[in-house]
Ligand binder design. Structure first.
Ligand code: SAM
Length: 332
C-alpha cells in the first residue's frame, strides 16, 4: 500500500497529522505550511503544479492583513504571481478569485488590476467567472455587492479541460430535435450541459439553469472562524475541470484549507500555505475530520429544486442504455 495515500475510514487521527508534511515533497500527498507565501513558493520546483487556485488577501485591512496603498499591494502581489507562474506546469491553470478593494467609499474591482499583471506574463484568460451569492453587507451609498469573480488563466494553449467531469443536468433533458434526420431524438447531451461562466446562488437553480454555490456565511455547514472562507465546492469544480487525479493543486493563501479539501476529496495532491497559525491548525483539523468522515460540507452542485413536466423527464433510451450521467431524473 502507498504509505502516502491516506485512506478514509481510519479512526486514528494522529496518523493523518503525521502524513501532512511542512515542506514541498513531490512524493507526498498533502503539504501544509505555516509561513509567508512568497518565501514558501521559492522552495517549489519549476513546473510542478497543475492548478493554482486561491482567493488572495484583498488589502481590506482584515484581521490577517495590514492595509496599504493599492499600488504597493499590487507590486507585492506581482512578485508572488511571477513565482507562481514559474511553478505552474506548462499545461496548468491559475484560478484567481477576487472581489473589490474598497477605500474612501470607492471600489476598485481587483480582477481589472490582476488581469494586467497576468497578461504581462503571457497568461491567457479562458474565463472570467461570475460567482454570485445572496448574502453580504448592505451598502447605503451604492448597490450592495453580491458577486466576486474568478479569473481562469492558462499558461499555454495546451491545457487540461475536463468538461464532462463538471457538466450539470440539463434543465429540459426531454427536449428533442424537431426536424432533420434526428427528428424526435433527444437533442441534449446525456452527460449534462456546460455549467457556463456564471455561478449563482439561487433558491431555484434548476429553473435558472445555473449552479448554486452559497458563500460561506454563518449558517453554511463549512463555516469556521475565518472571515473570508470560500466554499469547497467552488474549488472542487475547478479541480475536476482543470486537473487529473494525482496532480498537484496549490493554494498560496490557503486560510482554513478549503482548496486543499477540494483537492483531497478528488484524489489530487494538495499544497497550501498561510501565515496565520490558527488557520493552519483549523485546516489540519478539517483535513483530519474529512478523513474520519466528520467534515461538514455542501455536496458539489447539490440541487434545491427540480422542475417538473414532460420536457424535464430524462429520455427513457438514455436510461435504458446507461448513458445518462446528468443526475437524478423525474422518471424514477
Ligand atoms: C481571502 S483569505 C483566503 C481564505 C481561504 N480561501 C479559505 O477558504 O480559508 C486570504 C488568506 O491569506 C493569508 N495571507 C495574507 N498574507 C499572507 C502572506 N504574506 N503569506 C501567507 N498567507 C497570507 C491570510 O492569513 C488569509 O487566510
Amino acid at each position: 500500500m502507498d504509505k502516502n495515500l491516506i485512506l478514509t475510514g481510519n479512526e486514528n487521527k494522529s496518523l493523518y497529522r503525521n502524513d501532512i508534511v511542512e515542506h514541498f515533497d513531490k512524493d507526498k500527498r498533502i503539504v501544509l505550511k505555516l509561513g509567508d507565501t512568497y518565501k514558501f513558493i521559492k522552495e517549489i520546483p519549476d513546473e510542478s503544479i497543475q492548478l493554482i487556485v486561491t482567493s488572495p488577501p484583498y488589502n481590506l485591512g482584515k484581521e490577517y492583513e495590514s492595509k496599504t496603498s493599492i499600488e504597493k499591494y499590487l507590486t507585492h502581489q506581482e512578485k508572488v504571481i511571477k513565482e507562481l507562474i514559474r511553478v505552474l506546469n506548462n499545461d496548468g491553470s491559475i484560478c484567481w478569485e477576487v472581489g473589490n478593494y474598497v477605500t474612501e467609499f470607492e471600489i476598485y474591482p481587483l480582477d481589472i488590476f490582476y488581469y494586467q499583471i497576468f497578461k504581462k506574463y503571457d497568461l491567457k484568460l479562458r474565463n472570467r467567472i461570475i460567482w454570485k451569492f445572496n448574502h453580504g453587507l448592505h451598502a447605503s451609498k451604492r448597490f450592495s455587492g453580491r458577486y466576486e469573480t474568478l479569473l481562469w488563466f492558462t499558461k499555454s494553449d495546451n491545457y487540461t479541460f475536463n468538461l464532462d467531469s463538471v457538466r450539470v443536468p440539463s434543465k429540459y433533458p426531454g427536449k428533442t430535435h424537431f426536424k432533420g434526420p434526428n427528428r424526435g431524438k433527444p437533442s441534449g447531451n446525456p452527460l449534462g450541459k456546460n455549467p457556463s461562466d456564471m455561478w449563482e446562488f439561487l433558491s431555484n437553480e434548476w429553473d435558472e439553469c445555473i449552479w448554486e454555490i452559497p458563500n460561506v456565511k454563518a449558517n453554511h455547514p463549512e463555516k469556521t472562524i475565518h472571515p473570508c472562507q470560500y466554499p469547497i465546492e467552488l474549488v472542487e469544480r475547478c479541480v475536476l475541470a482543470l486537473t487529473n487525479e494525482n496532480e498537484w493543486v496549490l493554494d498560496p493563501y490557503c486560510g482554513v484549507g478549503s482548496a486543499l479539501l477540494a483537492a483531497i476529496k478528488r484524489n489530487r495532491k494538495a499544497v497550501g500555505v498561510d501565515k496565520e497559525g490558527e488557520y493552519i491548525q483549523i485546516a489540519k483539523d478539517r483535513i483530519n475530520d474529512y478523513f474520519v468522515g466528520n467534515l461538514k460540507y455542501r455536496q458539489l452542485g447539490k440541487p434545491v429544486h427540480k422542475p417538473s413536466g414532460k420536457v424535464s423527464k430524462v429520455p427513457k433510451e438514455w436510461i435504458n442504455n446507461g448513458i445518462y450521467k446528468g443526475g437524478d431524473n423525474e422518471n424514477n
